[in-house]
Write a protein of this length. Sequence first.
Length: 597
Amino acid sequence: MIAPELPGNPLTLDQWRQVEGLTRSLDPMQVRWLSGYFAGLDAGLRQPQSQPASLVAARRLTILYGTETGNAAELARTLATALADKGLTATLYDMADYKVRQLGQEQDVLIIVSTYGEGDPPQPATGFFEFTESRKAPKLAGTRFAVLALGDSTYEYYCQAGKRLDQRLEELGGQRLADRVDCDVDYEDPAAAWTAAISDQLASEAPAVRPSGTVQHAALAAPQSAYDKRNPFPAPIIENIAIVGRGSSKETRHIEFSLAGSGLVYEPGDALGIAASNDPTVVSDLLSALDLAPEATFELKGQTSTIGEALAHRFEITAATPRFLDYWALLSEAALLRQLQEEDRAGERSVFLRTHHIVDIVRRFPVQNVMPQGFISALRPLQPRLYSLASSLSATPGEAHLTVAPVRYSLHGAPRSGVASGLLADRAEIDTVLPVYVQSNQHFRLPATDAPILMIGAGTGIAPYRAFLQEREARGISARSWLFFGERNFRTDFLYQTEWQSWLKDGTLTRMDVAFSRDRADKIYVQHRMKEQARDIFAWLEEGAHVYVCGDAANLAPDVHEALIDIVAHEARTGREAAEDYVRSLQADHRYQRDVY
């Protein structure tokens, strides 16, 4: 018996019933995909045996990235270009803009995601993680995936965000295209190898006949410039002054760079990257502990270099990493270091690394006759430091302003300072030239409309808000703005006080509430000022205001977040769960943005 009489129908009745049953279970998109599959299959079967072709139809290819500082976004664009060069079409999404309900329809998904703080996903990607790790997440039986995870090995939960996604996609039934790759802060080489391997693999599976590859940008690509992270611009310092009063318990500086002739452009909310050098005193102390002369030579990427120059300008020599721990444990054979290498000692290892710089480990567990080549191999490349820009190009053409509080502390009885902040505070005089570049931050932007803005920050977290108001003033935007600012003392620590007062006077700034925690016995912080103004804050939110938070990630950000939820719950007379949903909706609509560190 044959199937129903349709023109040219070659199927048996049993085959027809199977096709008919399958068809009833498919949605239109699946039908289109299946038709493409059979078309590719037919094309393959028609080719001579001497010209084998892949029997795999072209699969939809999606790249998702989650980023806090822009590194994952840059790698995602590089991956999309590499795939296009292989003739493959990929759609590129920022997780912040991705419609999560689409996940169940994906076929091949390539994920690049960084880890923020102690194992958290980047703040803009929070919604994507919440969905994929919830009961609402779809089954992914027909989905293949691969994950490139970025992180910092000095943290206990190294690359944890990438690990979480890799495990969760497998739990949902997804099939790995390749094993997850974890990258430290010197991610360039392993990321390039992963990109090449994935591109080659997918290209080898693609149909023999395919259209030219393209990159479909579902998210806005970062602007291109002649100067970037790999080729920074030598910018002279034109101003470097303290902006706290005499007797302040803090040290904060206002620093201006000239960008004249660079062609660099930036928007309020972006950051300036500084390729800093190490403190000469720290270099000298480390060389002395190693008993190495600065003129000692070694080979670095095919070129001869001196250990002194390399430690000064090319490698991280303060923060110790698991890589260095492994190396020094091998050389010193110290029992304590070997114990810290064990898998179940992750917490102890993290504490040890945070409380010991490299020189402290070298001094505590001395080794004779250390070879420069081996020592350098255990270090990470020196990474640029990012600072929120405190200026608008519209108001200060050709300049970039920063608000910097140098990191200073004592460790093992010796004073220590941050690599870049120490340089800027102690050794960068007027006309000092430093290599800089602009790091775009698409997740900390003024609204495209004239919507009201609520700016919440403490300490140097005030920097981008100075840029925001400079921009609005220069563009003649009269929309409402409200600043909540916190610091220690009113008399000494009211950063840019005269500027805020001037903007209040001319209406550029509508309202300002300040919290100076050490001016009274019961400490008051910005979250307390927010709760005092709960009714008006909620009214602004209901009227479309955008909320910005900038400052400390450990305390300020979570405290402000909780205050925001409490305000919504109280003013909307609703429960906590509904208030959390309200705040999540603000994040999803890009009306609640954070730049925390």
